[in-house]
Design a protein around this ligand. Structure first.
Ligand code: GLC
Length: 452
């Protein structure tokens, strides 16, 4: 029996159809606005971080606006940080005072977000940080802000840790996970972050009690999709590459395809970072989504709301551009995956494929002059159109005969698709290629039956 078979698994069927989700990183770190790891990066002690807790007041928070932006961008699900490494809870947890209800925000922000996104029809995901730099029983390790702060000897660290009890911390997590799975309706994804057993004195499955966490979830909401950061081989439902796009579909050690989701940022950090200047262009963001789906994966695109509670203009712009593109092209994303191997995408292009309709989608990243040649698809194609406006693109079946001064010699089985000189006014144009079913005729012209 493989590790995977040892565990019950969640429902990834909807997930593989929906393809596109919104990640939301929101916490006290949105106030200093210089990375959600600020406590670690700057070695900030609890007492110095307290000012953010005391003053956290998102007066412009309107989760309905967030949900509307996500929906308009074409996103079908979302995952929000209920708690990040700083240990601050967006919900009204019974098990801590370090929560939104005790700040000037004064209410359960998580509930409002979940309600708003659910009302827009998006599926609900909760990010839960395994790391907690605020909890008094969470032992010091090399990532801990108290260690980063400096001034502690090995002996001091041992002494502090001897008074901390990870068993109590585990219980705290079990209680909170139970709370989240019993108080907020149907949860579709639980996103744990993260294990680091590979670094000296790091933490992994024994520290978290990962087996027990899985048990709790499967008892309460067996369908939940669980990510792969609990350090428990076989127990997870999805693989989660971060800040990079895999070059091809992801597989397990035996080479079998796995369900995967790349999580990506607009600018590098996850929490709101005022001065970050490394924002990806909207076009690149759209290409990233296409790359994920063309390799059989999902993309979870992150937004870090400001401390006043709104999405800043740079994020909004990118979401709007996603929406503008998705309005006309979602057919090449939803329900789609990588194309069957026989279809090899031409240079600077990406295929996606809808296995139910048998339609193939060619995403053209760099607009080409006059034509694009699709190798080896010849007699399989019935009809081709631009997806943005449903206008026909005529094509010629190549038979390998000699070229003319106007027509290039091609390989038999290639087709040449005629493109308009002007790139359609969309970020990434897409050809919808309708494959022939048995008995259907192709609309393609034969070689030398020149384009008019
Ligand atoms: C990381 C970081 C983090 C972020 C997460 C998202 O592991 O610790 O800040 O929440 O990735 O994938």
């Amino acid at each position: 029996m493989s590790d995977y078979q040892k565990y019950p698994h969640g429902d990834t069927s909807w997930f593989q159809r929906d393809r596109f989700g919104m990640f939301i990183h929101w916490g006290l770190y949105s106030m200093p606005a210089r990375h959600e790891w600020i406590r670690n990066r700057e070695g900030i002690l609890d007492e110095d971080y307290q000012v953010y807790f005391d003053l956290f007041d998102p007066d412009m928070f309107d989760p309905k606006e967030w949900a509307a932006s996500a929906k308009k961008a074409g996103m079908k699900y979302f995952v929000i940080t209920a708690i990040h490494h700083e240990g601050f809870c967006l919900w009204d947890s019974k098990y801590t005072d370090y929560k939104a209800t005790n700040t000037p925000a004064g209410r359960d922000l998580l509930r409002e977000v979940i309600d708003a996104f659910r009302a827009e029809g998006l599926k609900v995901g909760i990010y839960y940080s395994l790391i907690d730099w605020h909890h008094e029983d969470f032992t010091l390790d090399p990532l801990h802000p108290m260690v980063k702060h400096g001034g502690l000897s090995e002996d001091d660290i041992c002494e502090i840790n001897s008074k901390r009890d990870m068993a109590k911390y585990r219980q705290y997590m079990y209680d909170q996970i139970t709370e989240l799975l019993t108080g907020y309706g149907k949860i579709d994804i639980l996103w744990f972050d993260f294990s680091y057993p590979q670094i000296e004195n790091g933490k992994g499955r024994e520290d978290w009690g990962s087996e027990k966490i899985i048990e709790i979830i499967r008892k309460l909401q067996p369908w939940v999709i669980i990510d792969n950061r609990l350090d428990l081989p076989g127990a997870s439902d999805i693989v989660t590459p971060e800040q990079y796009t895999p070059r091809r579909g992801m597989t397990d050690d035996e080479g079998n395809p796995v369900v995967w989701e790349g999580c990506q940022t607009f600018s590098g950090s996850w929490g709101y970072y005022r001065d970050e200047m490394s924002w990806k262009t909207p076009e690149l963001c759209i290409q990233m989504l296409i790359n994920h789906v063309s390799r059989g994966g999902n993309m979870l695109m992150n937004v870090g709301p400001t401390s006043r509670g709104y999405f800043d203009a740079r994020a909004e712009l990118r979401l709007e551009e996603f929406g503008r593109w998705m309005k006309y092209h979602s057919r090449s994303i939803y329900n789609c995956t990588c194309a069957p191997e026989e279809f090899e995408a031409p240079q600077d292009c990406r295929y996606t494929y809808n296995p139910e309709t048998g339609r193939l989608y060619l995403h053209i990243f760099t607009w080409q002059h006059k034509k694009v040649v699709l190798p080896g698809v010849g007699d399989k194609v019935r009809y081709i159109q631009l997806l943005n406006d449903g206008s026909e693109c005529t094509f010629m079946l190549k038979d390998g005969s000699a070229g003319t001064h106007m027509f290039e010699k091609g390989n038999p089985g290639d087709i040449e698709v005629l493109l308009p000189d002007l790139k359609p006014d969309v970020a990434v144009p897409v050809l919808e290629i309708i494959l022939r079913k048995e008995g259907e005729k192709s609309s393609g012209k034969k070689e030398n039956n020149q384009f008019v």
